[in-house]
Design a protein around this ligand. Structure first.
Ligand code: AMP
Length: 184
């Protein structure tokens, strides 16, 4: 099974991706985690994306699409995976279609975690993960970028009939139960 976990920053994508990964035994691919590791290790990719991430802007489609294409070639993704934080633009969604077609893969479901904006802001500012993009200015920008550039991806997948809207407010167990029910 191949799932895209979708939703604004702070909606709980990373947490739910970990729970889904354990339940369905499929690998989790987070572009944000790859970028954070690259920054920590001071690789050329990390140096390229650090300022963009800190400002809450999006890394270029070309950079992200190339990275995902390279990653999805790994045989560990052959029988399904969870994407978290990708695709984030309609261009990326189209690129993902092309990549999956080439590799003989397809997306089964896009799960949108829905959480009101005021709760997102307070969750992020209190999550204390020490992320350098978890300050108020960057968070507000990330929410704006989500609305302008990322939310339109939902309509792209609505046309394919694979979108599941999930209420993301509640305990992590409650939200996970809703996700499982939507997938069964
Ligand atoms: P995340 O951990 O998914 O919230 O991503 C953190 C940051 O990494 C984002 O605010 C972007 O700067 C960058 N990023 C992660 N995934 C993408 C993507 N698919 N497209 C563009 N930028 C991304």
């Amino acid at each position: 099974m191949t799932i895209i976990l979708f939703g604004p920053p702070g909606a709980g994508k990373g947490t739910q991706a970990n729970l889904i990964q354990n339940e369905y035994v499929i690998p989790h691919l987070s572009t944000g985690n790859i970028f954070r590791a690259a920054i920590k290790n001071e690789t050329p990719l990390g140096l390229k994306v650090k300022a963009i991430m800190d400002a809450g802007e999006l890394v270029s489609d070309e950079t992200v699409n190339d990275l995902v294409e390279d990653e999805l070639k790994d045989p560990k993704y052959a029988s399904g995976y969870i994407l978290d934080g990708y695709p984030r633009t309609v261009n990326q969604a189209q690129a993902l279609d092309t990549i999956q077609e080439k590799l003989g893969q397809k997306t089964d479901a896009l799960i949108v975690l829905e959480v009101p904006n005021d709760e997102l802001i307070s969750r992020i500012l209190s999550r204390g993960q020490g992320r350098s993009d978890d300050n108020e200015e960057s968070v507000k920008n990330r929410l704006q970028v989500y609305e302008n550039e990322t939310a339109p991806v939902i309509a792209y997948y609505e046309e394919k009939g694979i979108v599941r809207h999930i209420n993301g407010v509640g305990t992590l167990e409650e939200v996970f139960e809703r996700i499982k029910a939507s997938l069964s």
